[in-house]
Design a protein around this ligand. Sequence first.
Ligand SMILES: Nc1nc2c(c(=O)[nH]1)N[C@H]1C(S)=C(S)[C@@H](COP(=O)(O)O)O[C@H]1N2
Ligand SMILES: [Mo]
Length: 413
Amino acid sequence: MKSSSIHNRRGFLKKSVLGTLASVIGTEVAFAAHIPAHYVPLALENALNGKHPDLMTLSDKPWVVETPAHLLDDEVTPFEKMFIRNNGVAPEEKIDVSKWSLTIKGESAKTTKTYTLNDLKAKFKAHTYQLVLECGGNGRSGFVPQTSGNQWDQGGVSCAEWTGVRLKDILADVGLKDDAVYIGYYSADLHPSRDPAKAAISRGVPIKKALEDETLIAWAMNGQDIPLQHGFPLRLVVGGWPASVSGKWLHTIAVRNKEHDGAKMDGHSYRMPRLPIQPGEKLAETPENFKVIESMPVKSLITFPKSGAMLDTGKKLSLRGHAWAGDVAVREVQVSIDYGATWQKCTLNPPKNRLAWQRWSAEINFPSKGYYEVWARATDEKGVSQPMLIPQWNPGGYLNNACHRIAVKVVAP
Ligand SMILES: Nc1nc2c(c(=O)[nH]1)N[C@H]1C(S)=C(S)[C@@H](COP(=O)(O)O)O[C@H]1N2
Ligand SMILES: [Mo]
């Protein structure tokens, strides 16, 4: 976003911009005259980038925005409600799609090959999957003591529909050596320092995950070009694992003979202690102590109603949400209105395809008026359930899959 397009010469927001903002957020901007020079109101940053005004900005540089749970109600997450996690500076120059290419190389690739976007579309079959992308740090704000990193509530997750070619088809075309164990991606965004010698992020997955049918090199999201902030024009999309492995603005994939060693693969980045540790405990950040996070854990969200809902006594509440469980499916979702003492089974739909989230719903009767909490708990195919409160503390604040809870007030009509 260019400041000159929203501020006047003295640095104040243009009248027309304030008007646009008011119409997007559906109300006047209070104290508009007090907005400091050169300042960009939070809701304006969302609006200018086509995002819903109620998405919450966790960080400005790099840009990170989170979706409140009740805005994740759609079956397929639309662009405007999709969280953004940037680790660096998204490409700022206009991207010439005709010049964009993907190179496959690396010590464990039999050859090096470069494909233009058109080559990819012409040479390989296109596939479309709905895929859950959840930030490994989603839920981080629940950990005590607080860990460093963006303080996500529960909304660092999306399930959009991605279209592209299977990475496995491209890797078959290039040829893999016998010692190939990992792939790593390289992207066109810049490190926050803008030092071209450094990468903002360069992660990857073991070859087995890379070769799954659902692992895509995608050029479309929800039937359209991938929006700039989500990786235009090409993105690696790997459902069910920390979304940090789904490299945006993708230009190169390296086939590796060892665990990929790109930016944010080391230390405690996207890693969990191999053994449980005390909350706040310091542990040397070695691969002996920390292992890379693979499949994300079982999780669910209540997406309707919004927390704080009011209901008349004697009325049923129709509740719904989504549940997902990394590499596996969800077997059951239950809800409780008595702090986990008793649970009611929900209706649970199958996923649209493997690695998509699953819709769940329930009708709830409240026995009397008063304040209630509704808790939702999913169980995966392997029988693993969400913890009701906080799971294992870890230095990166990853994998908080505690039950989502909303407040409901039942009142006399
Ligand atoms: N090139 C690149 N890819 C990236 C990132 C990034 O900063 N640069 N962020 C990663 C992280 S940490 C997450 S959680 C997801 C976020 O995807 P989204 O912004 O499209 O929702 O993108 C991943 N891919
Ligand atoms: Mo992330």
